[in-house]
Design a protein around this ligand. Sequence first.
Ligand SMILES: N[C@@H](CCC(=O)N[C@@H](CS)C(=O)NCC(=O)O)C(=O)O
Length: 233
Amino acid sequence: MTLATLHELRGAYDQCFSPYVWRVKMVLAHLSIDHQRQGHAFTDIGDVAGGGFKTLPVLQDASGATGDSWDISAKLAAESGQDLYGGAAGYSLALYLNGWSGLALLGPILCLHAASICQDLQRKDQDYFRTTREKRLRTSLEELAADPDPQLKKISRALTPFEAVLQQQDFFGGATPVYADYLMFGNFQFARCTGPHDVLTANPVISAWFERCLDLHAGLGRREASFKERHAV
Ligand SMILES: N[C@@H](CCC(=O)N[C@@H](CS)C(=O)NCC(=O)O)C(=O)O
């Protein structure tokens, strides 16, 4: 049997930092699916799995190649027959968080760490990343990095309602993690791996949950060096 291959984005230090890739990595571990990993630069995505994809992750297995972390996770869950979501209510929560976190968390985290992301990319990716992100964000990466406070406040405010949930239980899934946990984990793992700011300092309950998530699946998340560990800061 051919092993499934997870195609993931990698930087200059071979670091895996994409929030969407991390969601799928946690799902593969949760479902105990054997797989191999292949790293790619931003500028090589067009050639992944025979072409046709614009973003990573892509999962390639016996049935073909699938893009988009949500679709990959749903396919793996369906094939495994396991309840990844925690029932219909958990599925709805995850679907909501999939849309919400792009706006409320990933946008501000990108603004906060765009300059340090760029600096840690493979050289051939740096111009591409700078040009596309400066166009999208309508300012320079350095200007964004100069004033972290507005982004940190946005993130902290957005997270406040989740504190009530995680004060009562260890995970969004209750005593054990579900897809909603992996999805949210991917967002903060992205922050942890890409820049110097600890985005959870003002939200200790969420920070404690994130530490629990880093320990899941034999410390899968913790084994990836943080930006601070990589640069010894
Ligand atoms: N909806 C997609 C989004 C994936 C995505 O945007 N991935 C980024 C990396 S974090 C990417 O590959 N970007 C390609 C580019 O900017 O050229 C998913 O959930 O997988």
